[in-house]
Design a protein around this ligand. Structure first.
Ligand code: NAP
Length: 283
Protein backbone atom coordinates (compact mmCIF):
# COMPACT_ATOMS: atom_id res chain seq x y z
CA UNK A 1 0.00 0.00 0.00
CA UNK A 2 1.29 3.46 -0.89
CA UNK A 3 0.26 6.36 1.37
CA UNK A 4 0.90 10.00 0.57
CA UNK A 5 1.37 12.07 3.75
CA UNK A 6 1.19 15.86 3.66
CA UNK A 7 2.55 17.97 6.52
CA UNK A 8 5.28 15.37 6.97
CA UNK A 9 7.38 17.70 9.13
CA UNK A 10 4.80 17.89 11.93
CA UNK A 11 4.18 15.73 15.00
CA UNK A 12 1.75 13.31 13.34
CA UNK A 13 3.54 13.44 9.98
CA UNK A 14 6.80 12.35 11.57
CA UNK A 15 5.12 9.64 13.62
CA UNK A 16 3.59 8.23 10.44
CA UNK A 17 7.01 8.03 8.80
CA UNK A 18 8.42 6.23 11.84
CA UNK A 19 5.60 3.68 12.20
CA UNK A 20 4.72 2.79 8.60
CA UNK A 21 7.84 0.99 7.28
CA UNK A 22 7.66 -2.02 9.67
CA UNK A 23 4.14 -2.66 8.34
CA UNK A 24 5.45 -2.81 4.78
CA UNK A 25 3.68 0.44 3.93
CA UNK A 26 5.31 2.68 1.37
CA UNK A 27 5.07 6.23 2.72
CA UNK A 28 5.60 9.19 0.42
CA UNK A 29 6.14 11.91 3.01
CA UNK A 30 5.93 15.49 1.76
CA UNK A 31 6.67 18.35 4.11
CA UNK A 32 5.52 21.90 3.46
CA UNK A 33 8.52 22.64 1.22
CA UNK A 34 7.85 19.58 -0.90
CA UNK A 35 4.11 20.26 -1.16
CA UNK A 36 2.28 23.34 0.06
CA UNK A 37 -1.34 22.20 0.30
CA UNK A 38 -2.57 25.74 -0.39
CA UNK A 39 -1.19 25.38 -3.95
CA UNK A 40 -4.20 23.88 -5.68
CA UNK A 41 -2.54 22.89 -8.95
CA UNK A 42 0.54 21.46 -7.22
CA UNK A 43 -1.72 19.35 -5.00
CA UNK A 44 -3.71 18.10 -7.98
CA UNK A 45 -0.57 17.22 -9.95
CA UNK A 46 1.23 15.54 -7.04
CA UNK A 47 -1.76 13.37 -6.12
CA UNK A 48 -2.35 12.47 -9.77
CA UNK A 49 1.32 11.66 -10.49
CA UNK A 50 1.97 9.69 -7.31
CA UNK A 51 -1.37 7.89 -7.49
CA UNK A 52 -1.33 6.73 -3.85
CA UNK A 53 -3.80 4.22 -2.40
CA UNK A 54 -4.60 6.62 0.45
CA UNK A 55 -3.78 10.26 1.28
CA UNK A 56 -3.30 11.32 4.91
CA UNK A 57 -3.48 15.06 5.48
CA UNK A 58 -1.32 15.80 8.52
CA UNK A 59 -0.66 19.37 7.35
CA UNK A 60 -2.31 22.20 9.23
CA UNK A 61 -1.84 25.69 10.55
CA UNK A 62 -1.71 24.83 14.27
CA UNK A 63 -0.56 28.07 15.96
CA UNK A 64 -3.82 28.55 17.87
CA UNK A 65 -3.09 31.99 19.35
CA UNK A 66 -1.27 33.42 16.33
CA UNK A 67 -4.25 32.42 14.18
CA UNK A 68 -6.33 35.15 15.85
CA UNK A 69 -4.17 37.62 13.88
CA UNK A 70 -3.19 35.44 10.91
CA UNK A 71 -6.74 34.61 9.90
CA UNK A 72 -6.01 34.26 6.18
CA UNK A 73 -3.06 31.94 6.76
CA UNK A 74 -5.11 29.73 9.08
CA UNK A 75 -7.99 29.45 6.61
CA UNK A 76 -5.62 28.98 3.64
CA UNK A 77 -4.06 25.84 5.14
CA UNK A 78 -6.92 24.46 7.21
CA UNK A 79 -9.86 25.13 4.90
CA UNK A 80 -8.55 25.73 1.35
CA UNK A 81 -5.65 23.29 1.72
CA UNK A 82 -7.98 20.59 2.99
CA UNK A 83 -10.37 21.26 0.13
CA UNK A 84 -7.53 21.11 -2.43
CA UNK A 85 -6.60 17.67 -1.19
CA UNK A 86 -10.21 16.53 -1.11
CA UNK A 87 -10.72 17.64 -4.72
CA UNK A 88 -7.52 15.91 -5.88
CA UNK A 89 -8.48 12.72 -4.04
CA UNK A 90 -12.02 12.79 -5.39
CA UNK A 91 -10.67 13.13 -8.94
CA UNK A 92 -8.62 9.96 -8.47
CA UNK A 93 -11.19 8.11 -6.33
CA UNK A 94 -8.58 8.00 -3.54
CA UNK A 95 -9.60 7.85 0.14
CA UNK A 96 -8.58 10.93 2.14
CA UNK A 97 -7.83 10.67 5.87
CA UNK A 98 -8.03 14.19 7.22
CA UNK A 99 -7.14 15.17 10.81
CA UNK A 100 -9.23 17.65 12.74
CA UNK A 101 -9.58 18.88 16.29
CA UNK A 102 -11.61 19.07 19.50
CA UNK A 103 -11.42 22.87 19.04
CA UNK A 104 -14.34 22.69 16.59
CA UNK A 105 -16.53 22.50 19.74
CA UNK A 106 -17.29 25.28 22.21
CA UNK A 107 -16.80 23.04 25.25
CA UNK A 108 -20.16 23.89 26.79
CA UNK A 109 -21.53 20.34 26.64
CA UNK A 110 -21.77 18.55 29.99
CA UNK A 111 -20.48 15.19 28.75
CA UNK A 112 -18.12 13.85 26.10
CA UNK A 113 -18.65 15.11 22.54
CA UNK A 114 -20.13 12.77 19.96
CA UNK A 115 -19.29 12.97 16.25
CA UNK A 116 -22.77 14.27 15.44
CA UNK A 117 -22.74 17.09 18.01
CA UNK A 118 -22.98 20.52 16.40
CA UNK A 119 -19.69 22.30 15.88
CA UNK A 120 -19.39 25.78 17.43
CA UNK A 121 -15.74 26.83 17.35
CA UNK A 122 -14.58 29.61 19.67
CA UNK A 123 -11.31 30.55 17.95
CA UNK A 124 -10.08 31.38 14.44
CA UNK A 125 -8.12 28.10 14.45
CA UNK A 126 -11.25 26.17 15.44
CA UNK A 127 -13.30 27.96 12.79
CA UNK A 128 -10.71 27.25 10.10
CA UNK A 129 -10.62 23.55 11.05
CA UNK A 130 -14.43 23.34 11.11
CA UNK A 131 -14.50 24.93 7.65
CA UNK A 132 -11.91 22.40 6.48
CA UNK A 133 -14.08 19.54 7.77
CA UNK A 134 -17.12 20.92 5.96
CA UNK A 135 -15.23 21.31 2.69
CA UNK A 136 -13.73 17.81 2.88
CA UNK A 137 -17.15 16.33 3.56
CA UNK A 138 -18.79 18.25 0.73
CA UNK A 139 -16.34 17.41 -2.06
CA UNK A 140 -15.13 13.93 -1.06
CA UNK A 141 -16.60 10.58 -1.98
CA UNK A 142 -14.31 8.65 0.32
CA UNK A 143 -13.12 10.45 3.43
CA UNK A 144 -12.41 9.93 7.10
CA UNK A 145 -12.17 12.97 9.35
CA UNK A 146 -10.31 12.04 12.52
CA UNK A 147 -10.85 14.57 15.30
CA UNK A 148 -8.16 14.35 17.93
CA UNK A 149 -6.91 16.50 20.82
CA UNK A 150 -3.96 17.74 22.86
CA UNK A 151 -1.32 16.09 20.65
CA UNK A 152 2.11 15.39 22.16
CA UNK A 153 5.22 13.49 21.17
CA UNK A 154 6.75 15.81 18.58
CA UNK A 155 8.89 18.92 18.83
CA UNK A 156 6.31 21.52 19.85
CA UNK A 157 3.63 20.62 22.34
CA UNK A 158 2.58 21.01 25.97
CA UNK A 159 5.00 18.34 27.26
CA UNK A 160 8.04 20.06 25.77
CA UNK A 161 6.79 23.47 26.85
CA UNK A 162 6.52 22.24 30.45
CA UNK A 163 10.02 20.71 30.38
CA UNK A 164 11.45 23.91 28.89
CA UNK A 165 9.71 26.22 31.37
CA UNK A 166 10.80 24.06 34.31
CA UNK A 167 14.43 24.89 33.45
CA UNK A 168 13.89 28.59 34.12
CA UNK A 169 10.96 28.65 36.60
CA UNK A 170 10.66 27.27 40.12
CA UNK A 171 6.87 27.68 40.00
CA UNK A 172 4.41 27.24 37.17
CA UNK A 173 0.75 28.30 37.04
CA UNK A 174 -1.27 25.82 35.01
CA UNK A 175 -4.89 26.05 33.87
CA UNK A 176 -7.07 23.60 35.79
CA UNK A 177 -10.52 24.21 34.30
CA UNK A 178 -10.02 22.95 30.73
CA UNK A 179 -10.43 19.20 30.42
CA UNK A 180 -9.36 17.02 27.50
CA UNK A 181 -7.70 13.84 26.36
CA UNK A 182 -3.97 14.13 25.68
CA UNK A 183 -3.07 12.04 22.65
CA UNK A 184 0.33 10.75 21.60
CA UNK A 185 1.25 11.45 17.96
CA UNK A 186 2.41 7.82 17.70
CA UNK A 187 -1.04 6.57 18.75
CA UNK A 188 -2.73 8.83 16.18
CA UNK A 189 -0.34 7.59 13.49
CA UNK A 190 -0.94 3.94 14.39
CA UNK A 191 -4.70 4.49 14.22
CA UNK A 192 -4.46 6.24 10.85
CA UNK A 193 -2.41 3.37 9.44
CA UNK A 194 -5.01 0.87 10.66
CA UNK A 195 -7.80 2.98 9.13
CA UNK A 196 -5.83 3.29 5.86
CA UNK A 197 -5.72 -0.52 5.65
CA UNK A 198 -9.36 -1.02 6.58
CA UNK A 199 -10.75 1.47 4.07
CA UNK A 200 -9.05 -0.54 1.28
CA UNK A 201 -11.21 -3.54 2.03
CA UNK A 202 -13.89 -4.36 -0.48
CA UNK A 203 -17.26 -3.06 0.59
CA UNK A 204 -15.97 -0.54 3.14
CA UNK A 205 -18.69 2.09 3.48
CA UNK A 206 -18.22 3.67 6.92
CA UNK A 207 -16.92 7.00 5.63
CA UNK A 208 -17.36 10.03 7.86
CA UNK A 209 -16.16 11.61 11.07
CA UNK A 210 -14.55 9.83 14.01
CA UNK A 211 -13.25 10.89 17.41
CA UNK A 212 -9.95 9.65 18.77
CA UNK A 213 -8.16 10.95 21.88
CA UNK A 214 -6.34 9.65 24.91
CA UNK A 215 -7.92 8.56 28.19
CA UNK A 216 -8.46 9.29 31.00
CA UNK A 217 -9.71 12.86 30.62
CA UNK A 218 -7.58 15.34 32.56
CA UNK A 219 -7.01 19.08 32.98
CA UNK A 220 -3.83 20.80 31.82
CA UNK A 221 -2.82 21.04 35.49
CA UNK A 222 -3.37 17.29 35.93
CA UNK A 223 -1.40 16.64 32.74
CA UNK A 224 1.46 18.83 34.02
CA UNK A 225 1.49 16.89 37.31
CA UNK A 226 1.71 13.63 35.34
CA UNK A 227 4.61 15.02 33.27
CA UNK A 228 6.61 16.09 36.30
CA UNK A 229 5.85 12.85 38.15
CA UNK A 230 8.10 11.32 35.49
CA UNK A 231 10.91 13.91 35.83
CA UNK A 232 13.73 14.28 38.33
CA UNK A 233 13.29 18.04 38.80
CA UNK A 234 9.81 19.21 39.72
CA UNK A 235 8.71 22.86 39.89
CA UNK A 236 5.90 23.90 42.21
CA UNK A 237 2.66 23.65 40.23
CA UNK A 238 -0.24 25.99 40.95
CA UNK A 239 -3.71 25.23 39.54
CA UNK A 240 -5.33 28.37 38.09
CA UNK A 241 -8.56 29.22 36.28
CA UNK A 242 -8.51 30.10 32.55
CA UNK A 243 -9.25 33.76 33.40
CA UNK A 244 -5.87 34.02 35.16
CA UNK A 245 -3.96 32.95 32.03
CA UNK A 246 -5.07 35.37 29.32
CA UNK A 247 -4.22 34.28 25.78
CA UNK A 248 -5.54 35.59 22.43
CA UNK A 249 -7.60 32.49 21.48
CA UNK A 250 -10.50 31.22 23.56
CA UNK A 251 -10.31 27.46 24.25
CA UNK A 252 -13.16 25.05 25.01
CA UNK A 253 -13.45 24.19 28.71
CA UNK A 254 -14.60 20.69 27.83
CA UNK A 255 -12.59 19.03 25.07
CA UNK A 256 -13.49 15.46 25.93
CA UNK A 257 -14.31 13.36 22.86
CA UNK A 258 -16.46 10.24 22.97
CA UNK A 259 -14.39 7.62 21.14
CA UNK A 260 -16.84 4.73 21.01
CA UNK A 261 -17.60 5.03 17.27
CA UNK A 262 -13.99 4.41 16.19
CA UNK A 263 -13.92 1.40 18.50
CA UNK A 264 -17.14 0.00 17.01
CA UNK A 265 -16.19 0.57 13.36
CA UNK A 266 -12.42 0.05 13.32
CA UNK A 267 -11.77 -1.83 16.58
CA UNK A 268 -9.49 1.02 17.68
CA UNK A 269 -9.55 1.54 21.44
CA UNK A 270 -8.84 4.77 23.26
CA UNK A 271 -5.14 4.92 24.07
CA UNK A 272 -3.86 5.46 27.62
CA UNK A 273 -1.89 8.71 27.40
CA UNK A 274 -0.12 7.91 30.68
CA UNK A 275 1.54 4.90 29.07
CA UNK A 276 2.60 6.96 26.06
CA UNK A 277 3.91 9.72 28.34
CA UNK A 278 5.96 7.22 30.34
CA UNK A 279 7.39 5.84 27.10
CA UNK A 280 8.24 9.32 25.87
CA UNK A 281 9.90 10.47 29.08
CA UNK A 282 11.60 7.13 29.69
CA UNK A 283 9.96 6.59 33.10
N1 NAP B 1 -1.23 19.83 18.06
C1 NAP B 1 -2.38 19.58 18.70
O1 NAP B 1 -2.47 19.67 19.92
C2 NAP B 1 -3.59 19.16 17.92
C3 NAP B 1 -4.80 18.97 18.61
C4 NAP B 1 -5.91 18.55 17.89
C5 NAP B 1 -5.83 18.34 16.53
N2 NAP B 1 -4.65 18.57 15.90
C6 NAP B 1 -4.60 18.36 14.45
O2 NAP B 1 -3.73 17.27 14.19
C7 NAP B 1 -3.09 17.47 12.92
C8 NAP B 1 -1.60 17.29 13.08
O3 NAP B 1 -1.16 18.22 14.05
P1 NAP B 1 0.34 18.27 14.55
O4 NAP B 1 0.31 18.45 16.02
O5 NAP B 1 1.13 17.16 13.94
O6 NAP B 1 0.74 19.67 13.90
P2 NAP B 1 2.17 20.29 13.64
O7 NAP B 1 3.22 19.56 14.42
O8 NAP B 1 2.03 21.75 13.78
O9 NAP B 1 2.41 19.92 12.10
C9 NAP B 1 1.70 20.50 11.07
C10 NAP B 1 2.59 20.49 9.87
O10 NAP B 1 1.87 21.03 8.77
C11 NAP B 1 2.75 21.86 8.07
N3 NAP B 1 2.01 22.84 7.28
C12 NAP B 1 1.45 24.01 7.67
N4 NAP B 1 0.89 24.64 6.62
C13 NAP B 1 1.12 23.84 5.54
C14 NAP B 1 0.81 23.94 4.18
N5 NAP B 1 0.16 25.00 3.70
N6 NAP B 1 1.19 22.95 3.35
C15 NAP B 1 1.86 21.88 3.81
N7 NAP B 1 2.21 21.73 5.09
C16 NAP B 1 1.83 22.70 5.95
C17 NAP B 1 3.60 22.51 9.11
O11 NAP B 1 4.77 23.03 8.53
P3 NAP B 1 5.47 24.33 9.18
O12 NAP B 1 6.03 23.86 10.50
O13 NAP B 1 6.49 24.69 8.16
O14 NAP B 1 4.39 25.35 9.36
C18 NAP B 1 3.87 21.33 10.05
O15 NAP B 1 5.00 20.61 9.66
C19 NAP B 1 -3.55 18.84 12.43
O16 NAP B 1 -4.62 18.67 11.55
C20 NAP B 1 -4.03 19.53 13.68
O17 NAP B 1 -5.00 20.51 13.39
C21 NAP B 1 -3.52 18.95 16.56
Amino acid sequence: MKILVTGAGGQVGQALQKLAPPHGIDIVALDRQALDITDKSAVRERVRDLSPDVVINAAAYTAVDKAEEEIDAAFAANAEGAENLALACAAGDIPLLHISTDFVFDGKKAGAYLEEDAVAPLSVYGKSKAEGEARVASVSHKYIILRTAWVFGGAQNFVNTMLRLAKSHKELNIVDDQTGGPTAADDIAASLLKIAKDVQETGFQSWGTFHYCGAPAITWYGFAKAIFARCPEVPKLNPIPTEDYPVPAERPKNSVLDCSKISRVFGIDQPDWQKALSGLLGQ
